[in-house]
Design a binder for this molecule. Structure first.
Ligand code: ADP
Ligand code: MG
Length: 250
């Protein structure tokens, strides 16, 4: 069963008199557990697609399903609730609160989940700071951490809600090459160990090669799909009008 299904999604923005179409009729689906890269040049529609999968933004036309339930057309409150329980977000610029410590940043999304007790919150903060190797830096503020460490805090924050999906929009773009690869390797370890689905965007070839599923987009259209089988990329034929299934673990 697919975890995410995007069906005939088009997204247009009005810019004054003009209409910019960021995504054209995208149809694809994938299963839980993938480590998926959305690759394409700047302006190709990566962020728009991630935001639609993450229910931050709604498509102009088309439908989005999470766990086979349609999410398009739900109320803003419903979508906020779905995001709070289902999706962790990681950003290019880390987006940590500068006045909060690493531990408080990780705790923050848990404050939206009333079913989680204070004790459980503290357990999760400690656990996920340890997962990203920052248990010793729990009390530091972002400006006392390196870029790579800040992104580790952001990863711990994304994981704290125990999400089904983690969406990472160019998570390595503000990091040097080595640190970027370390961050991707950490995400991959978490994907393997916990089965958490990761979807990340990038325009960096080395980073996209670390994925196990690859969607290339150009000008808002799917240019190619590929999956890794025994460490080799195998392209998936694009079937006109049909759902592009790239989640099948074969
Ligand atoms: P990427 O993340 O691959 O760089 P984006 O998804 O940000 O691409 O943008 C895709 C296209 O949509 C670009 O042409 C961009 O200018 C346009 N776009 C994105 N967001 C907006 C917006 N809020 N208003 C108008 N145009 C936008
Ligand atoms: Mg972008």
């Amino acid at each position: 069963m697919s975890l995410v299904r995007v069906e005939g999604v088009t997204k247009s923005y009005r810019l004054g008199e003009q209409t910019v179409t960021a995504l054209h009729n995208i149809t694809l689906s994938f299963d839980e557990g993938v480590f998926l890269a959305i690759a394409g040049p700047s302006g190709s529609g990566k962020t728009t697609l991630l935001n639609i999968i993450g229910c931050i933004d709604a498509p102009s036309t088309g439908k989005v399903y999470i766990d086979n339930a349609e999410v398009t057309g739900r109320s803003p409150d419903d979508l906020a609730d779905l995001r709070a329980h289902t999706t962790g977000f990681i950003f290019q610029t880390f987006n940590l609160f500068p006045v909060l410590t690493a531990a408080e940043n990780v705790e923050y999304p848990l404050l939206n989940l009333p079913e989680i007790t204070r004790e459980e919150r503290q357990k999760r903060v400690a656990r996920f700071l340890a997962v990203v190797g920052l248990e010793k830096h729990a009390d530091r503020k972002p400006n006392q951490l390196s870029g790579g460490q800040r992104q580790r805090v952001a990863i711990a924050r994304a994981l704290a809600i125990k999400p089904r999906i983690v969406l990472a929009d160019e998570p390595t773009a503000n990091l040097d090459r080595r640190t970027g690869e370390e961050i991707l390797n950490l995400m991959k370890d978490i994907n393997r160990q916990y089965g958490t689905t990761f979807i990340f965007s990038t325009h960096d070839r080395r980073i996209m090669s670390m994925a196990d599923r690859l969607i290339r987009i150009e000008d808002g259209r799917i240019a190619s799909l590929a999956m890794k089988v025994n460490d080799n990329w195998k392209s998936v034929r694009l079937a006109a009008g049909a759902a592009q299934e790239i989640g099948k673990t074969s």
